[in-house]
Design a binder for this molecule. Sequence first.
Ligand code: PGA
Length: 243
Amino acid sequence: MRIIKTKNYEELSRKAADLISAQILMKPNCVLGLATGGTPVGTYRCLIEKYKRGDLDFSAVTSINLDEYRGIERENPQSYWYFMHENLFNHVNISPERVNVPDGRNLNAQEECARYDRVIENHGGIDLQLLGIGLDGHIGFNEPGPAFVLETHCVDLEESTIEANKRFFESRDQVPRQAYTMGIRAIMQAKKVVMIVNGKNKAEIVKKSFFGPVLPEVPASILQLHPDFILIGDEEAFSEIED
Ligand code: PGA
């Protein structure tokens, strides 16, 4: 595990975008595992700037997103399909046929999860996986549980996740209760994993995840075992960790 401490969110976003850019430059047809949430927005903004300057070419890149709410239309502004287009894909030259997000419109969980695992497998896995972390230690929507779930699966969202995500919806009642998420295997098999984390409210879970035991009750803790895991955080997110 490599830790990069940044002064603030801007620097964190630039560092993450630099790592993703390096990946695309080294392997123009790479597979990026991408994430939604508040944290990656700045990273995507930096990537768009690099693209607009002519420093990046997404034309051969494939993206495989981590997760999606179950039972949501793509056109719904709260869908992760919509989020990714709004925050990145509509602004760069990625090919629409190389964009992959679990299909929240398919209510048949078994079928959709199996399809998504095939998509990941057919691409030979992920080169660089970008992750945020939930307040309960979730990665993607891999919520705390009695065991790590390896395959893409359908999850019941934790109360704390519903509470954290309600800020994106008009009311708490509108937050979907289930989601499809890539499993731990695809994340751990990614060649490189980059996690971005900022803010005081994440300090405790950062300490628990990366300076405590590896446990399925703290899903992100498994990343301690990944051979190329880079944790980028701002000073606040690392405030519970000793230098
Ligand atoms: P956030 O979400 O970036 O909005 O804090 C992270 C996550 O839940 O994985």
